[in-house]
Design a binder for this molecule. Sequence first.
Ligand code: DXP
Ligand SMILES: NCC(=O)COP(=O)(O)O
Length: 250
Amino acid sequence: MPAKLSVNLNAIAMLRNRRDLPWPSVEALGRIALAAGASGLTVHPRPDQRHIRFSDLPVIRNLIDDEFPQAEFNIEGYPTEEFLELCAGAAPEQVTLVPDDPAQATSDHGWDFRKHHGFLTDVVARLKNMGCRVSLFADGDGDADAVKLAKATGADRIELYTGPYGGCYDAPERATPILEALGKTADAALAIGLAVNAGHDLTVANLPALVKRIPDLAEVSIGHGLTADALEYGMAGTVRRFCRACGQVV
Ligand SMILES: CC(=O)[C@@H](O)[C@H](O)COP(=O)(O)O
Ligand SMILES: NCC(=O)COP(=O)(O)O
């Protein structure tokens, strides 16, 4: 089965937060994404709410429940008590635990499964008691022992951190060994019954090789590159709408 696409709304929320105005609306863009065929919506709320606001969560939950009941809500983040309360309130189908620091600009590494094994085991159990599938953000470095430790936490999936792969956009030859390490990590996970997601800096250009190397990839979550594409490919039509609003005949 092809990988499912979960659209990450963080970039839309960040653009909205530039002004005290309600657009671009994460609800409206989420609706467009799901109506166009996305399987779910992802958000990564951070403690300072610089992207997704905590108040966005019930709005997205209701959008899915009311209009797209087949879709999934995926909430990502570092599991503070505040984050776990947000998950309890929004009842996401999937929670992806990410080891990021509040000061980090964006996620840039997976969990150290040796160091944080006890902590993760406890948090995974709490989330599974809430009825959520749990995925753990993981480096795609081919470390099969780390993957076994991830499985031992009770998690259902790992999400491969694909930032280094996405960073090869201008030097495709550098992507080959990185892709192979991601593939080896996925093989190790799938062999022990851990499903595999992937995300970070995925694009239309780099996705085909990834899904070819990992044909059983369950889901990709994509925000930054997808939002950039939406702007680039939607810009011409939008400029025409504004020209018409100016009274021009276009
Ligand atoms: C875990 C991950 O890679 C994404 O959630 C990423 O952190 C998106 O968040 P930002 O777009 O806010 O950086
Ligand atoms: N889970 C990863 C994710 O949502 C990726 O976000 P982005 O790097 O595509 O913005």
